[in-house]
Design a protein around this ligand. Structure first.
Ligand code: UD1
Length: 338
């Protein structure tokens, strides 16, 4: 069965391509390599023994999207990762974000509505909850006004899919709301490779430990949490990748039309920034150079998932610990730099 993975050379996309191939799916990747490299194909091949079909083009080119679906009329499902994801950049360049994250989604759905039956998995984010009123966060928690154009694209994206599913009997869709994906494949053949200075915590930690960055800044220790630093739900990217496969299988296996569904994908456990640093220092067997600085604008205090819905309805559960995830991130960083 042929599955299109857009953005399949990216961090989460590449790990999902591996899990799909491990489950016997034929993977077709579209990526414009704006934030990735074709070297990732070698990593996927090294792990699975199979090279996915790959087409390099920009999905904002609607004619190319149409042409692709005409040439690959046997695509049974789509996992759509291709999007921009830097919160700060989205504030500077909102139209870029609306074009990349919204126009492209529309173009793909327009092609899917021509098909007899199809399944669609959307990369959403826990950012849709903002600072939730109750922790852990369930899928029923209200969607809060978006703090950034990036966050808005995830909210609008979900709405577009929900509205489309209502009128398209042939389309079944799920949005996975990711918490904080970290780590790398245990083989260290693929992992996260941020371009420029990393904005996210874990790549900044590993780049500091390897000597690429002088010091990690911890953004605030005066939050109302036990140690004063913010709390997030850090999920191993391989666990997250597997969630995509089971979500896809749920849709492909469905005999009838399903309603559009959302699932939280996290571990269910919150960890503070200092807990992440402590865990990293333990698994990397070295001290990390960090200092406490002032808060980062827009950071929420705490977010972690209630994962009951994914556990019960998808039969999926995150398996890896924070230590495992950080050890894999560290192994990857060492491999990349050496
Ligand atoms: C951020 C986005 C989120 C997006 C995700 C995509 C914000 C507010 N949220 O998540 O919408 O989906 O990235 O990757 O931007 N930290 C430090 N020092 C650093 C980097 C981070 O102390 O150098 C802290 C942050 O303050 C935060 C935690 O580490 O408490 C995690 O930060 P990060 O990895 O950027 O993820 P989010 O902010 O949760």
């Amino acid at each position: 069965m042929k599955i299109l993975v857009t953005g399949g050379l990216g961090f989460i996309g590449s790990h999902t391509a591996v899990e799909l191939q491990n489950e016997g799916y034929e993977v077709v990747i579209i990526d414009n390599c704006s934030n990735s490299s074709t070297d990732v194909l070698k990593g996927i091949t090294a792990i699975t023994g199979k090279t996915p079909i790959f087409e390099q083009f920009d999905l904002r080119d609607k004619l190319k999207v149409q042409d692709f679906f005409e040439r690959h009329s046997d695509i049974a499902g789509v996992i759509h990762f291709a999007a921009s994801k830097a919160v700060g950049e989205s504030v500077e360049k909102p139209l870029l974000y609306y074009e990349n994250n919204i126009s492209v989604l529309v173009y793909i759905l327009q092609e899917l509505q021509k098909k007899e039956k199809t399944s669609f998995i959307f990369s959403s984010s826990c950012t849709v909850y903002g600072q939730a009123d109750e922790l852990p966060i369930t899928e029923n928690a209200p969607v809060k006004p978006a703090e950034s154009p990036y966050g808005n694209t995830k909210q609008i994206g979900e709405e577009i899919i929900r509205d489309t599913c209502k009128v398209q009997p042939n389309l079944n869709a799920i949005a996975l709301r990711y918490f904080n994906p970290i780590g790398a494949h245990p083989s260290a053949a693929i992992g996260e490779l941020p371009i420029g200075v990393p904005q996210n915590l874990v790549p900044f930690i590993t780049q500091t430990a390897i000597g690429l960055r002088e010091q990690l800044s911890v953004f605030g220790d005066d939050y109302p949490t036990d140690d004063g630093t913010c709390i997030r739900d850090y999920i191993h990217v391989v666990d997250l990748a597997k969630a995509h496969v089971v979500a896809l299988q749920r849709l492909i296996g469905a005999k009838n039309k399903t309603n559009f569904e959302t699932f939280n994908v996290g571990t269910g456990t919150g960890s503070s920034v200092l807990e992440v640093i402590n865990s990293f220092e333990k698994v990397a067997e070295q001290k990390l150079n960090y200092k406490i600085v002032s808060r980062r604008a827009g950071d929420i205090i705490a977010a972690y998932a209630n994962t009951d819905k994914a556990n019960n309805e998808l039969g999926w559960k995150a398996k890896s610990s924070l230590d495992d995830a950080l050890a894999s991130a560290w192994k990857w960083e060492q491999k990349v730099r050496n």
